[in-house]
Design a protein around this ligand. Structure first.
Ligand SMILES: [Zn+2]
Length: 498
């Protein structure tokens, strides 16, 4: 018989130390699809939602859409945005509830709203309560980002949470496919339990790439357990997202099992021990720009640019993407061959007013807040003006986990002088795909320095073209040095090693 599956999505990684809140408009700028649009706008777009829809189509499921919304990582989500989700999700759930066989949600797991530290867990709890009130026990499966901060309440209120395993998140689509297969299995054969084990560790984003320890070691151990214990359906190694000041912030482990939950909990304890053994590499420090430039000057000649990675203005981590803490000094030092991108709608307007081919002098960057540098003077020629849309060149890049394979930066301008080429965009865009620069006529491959506002998510795109890469310290709010942040809610958590 045809299975009827309710589908929805709510995706945001919330940086609680940013002053600017995230409104409905921020979701509209990325993805806000209601009803049938939640299917039509996501089908085939390479996103996690597309992964679910592909399996649903193949299995002949009758998908009941509700609402799918996603916004770029940024500040605390306004309650109005959560209420919008609830308004389009719960009435459909209540109307359809008696005919449903399953529920599938594409979540992030590190969302914080004005009135809740874990709105996603609240929503799952409300779903579970509505089902229980009618004596129903249908499976609820959700997809989570590897950076999810997971409270017990989230695990307690779904049948299976299934998290990405790669960082950069090249497996977001594939994870949704895996989660949909798990939903199919549980719809066919109920009987699955989950266990959860929080850890003490709150790790900076630069410390949780899946190619490096500690994540590499823990993920490998998790895969070995799945291979050896046939009862285990799935194990999540969730790195957590360190810029959410919530009690459940940090690295956590969970497992779904068809066997003994006690045995699954033992597996998680073993994985926690592996994490502990490898924890030292989870807290990298970013180097001062002067030290990095000394090291760059010692490099043997080679092809490709040097990446100057600025984790503190990591756009994919929520930062504004307009920090000038690296660009300003590099220009002042007379360095040449620089490629940089700044989110600066005001500067875009000035370039548009000047027109292509004309030289102008303006102040760029540093305009969002006091944490990300000051506006710096730049004089150059406007070499391109565009609408700012591009297709991902790497269809499985980290960006596809957020946006699918089509991206919109809003109106953009390119400025050039004898030192630098700067992409100015109206909206911030994390540097996760080279299509962002190529589409604007910029060739990072030919630069001497490429400034990258990221922690790990840029690696699949920029790693292959680079001669060398250095993480450079700056003052921004996505700093790798978590001791700079004014946490209030972390109890018993470790944010730095002695
Ligand atoms: Zn993530």
């Amino acid at each position: 018989m045809t299975k009827r599956v309710l589908f929805g999505g709510l995706f945001h990684e919330t940086h609680t130390f940013l002053r600017q809140h995230t409104s409905i408009a921020a979701f509209e700028a990325t993805a806000l699809h209601i009803g049938r649009d939640a299917i039509d706008k996501n089908t085939g777009n390479g996103s996690p939602s597309a992964g679910f829809l592909e399996i649903a189509k193949g299995a002949g499921w009758d998908v009941v859409p509700t609402i799918q919304m996603a916004a770029m990582p940024s500040g605390v989500v306004e309650d109005a945005a959560i209420e919008l989700f609830q308004r389009h999700f719960f009435p459909v759930l209540e109307a359809e509830i008696s005919g449903l066989d399953g529920i599938f949600l594409v979540l992030h797991g590190a969302m914080v709203s004005e009135s809740s530290d874990h709105p996603e867990a609240d929503i799952l709890a409300e779903v579970r309560a509505l089902l229980a009130a009618r004596g129903l026990d249908i499976p609820v499966v959700c997809v989570l980002d590897l950076h999810a901060n997971v409270p017990q309440k989230l695990i307690d209120n779904c049948s299976a949470a299934v998290a990405y395993r790669e960082n950069p998140h090249r497996d977001a689509y594939e994870t949704a496919v895996r989660a949909a297969h798990i939903l199919a299995d549980v719809m066919a054969c109920p009987g699955i339990a989950q266990v959860h084990l929080p850890t003490r560790y709150v790790l900076p984003p630069t410390g949780v790439g899946s190619a490096d320890d500690p994540m590499r070691a823990v993920l490998a151990a998790a895969r070995a357990i799945e291979a050896s214990d046939r009862d285990i359906v799935n194990i999540n190694v969730m790195a957590g997202y360190s810029y959410a000041d919530v009690p459940h912030c940090g690295c956590s482990l969970s497992a779904a099992t068809r066997g003994d939950p006690g045995r699954a909990q033992e597996h998680l304890q073993y994985l926690a021990d592996v994490l502990e053994d490898n924890i030292a590499r989870g807290y990298p420090r970013d180097a001062a720009l002067s030290d990095v430039l000394d090291a760059v000057d010692q490099l043997a000649p080679g092809r490709g640019p040097v990446l100057l990675v600025e984790p503190a203005d990591n756009i994919g981590g929520g930062a504004p993407g307009d920090a000038t803490d690296l660009l300003g000094p590099l220009l002042a030092l007379g360095r040449r061959g620089i490629v940089a991108a700044l989110a600066d709608p005001e500067a875009v307007d000035q370039c548009r007013a000047a027109g292509i081919g004309n030289a102008i002098s303006l102040m760029v960057g540093g305009k969002t807040d006091e944490h990300h540098g000051v506006p710096i003077a730049f004089e150059g020629k406007v070499t391109n003006l565009t609408g700012g849309s591009f297709e991902l060149e790497l269809k499985t890049s980290h960006l596809a986990s957020m946006l699918g394979t089509h991206a919109e930066m809003g109106p953009c301008a390119v400025m050039e002088n004898d030192q630098a080429t700067i992409l100015l965009s109206s909206r911030k865009m994390p540097p996760m795909d080279l299509g962002q620069l190529h589409s604007q006529g910029i060739r990072p491959e030919e630069a001497t320095y490429v400034l990258v506002k990221a922690a790990v998510s840029h690696r699949d795109a920029y790693g292959p073209i680079a001669r060398a890469s250095f993480n450079v310290d700056s003052a921004g709010l996505c700093t790798s040095n978590l001791t700079r942040l004014p946490y209030r809610k972390l109890k018993g958590k470790i944010i730095a090693l002695p």
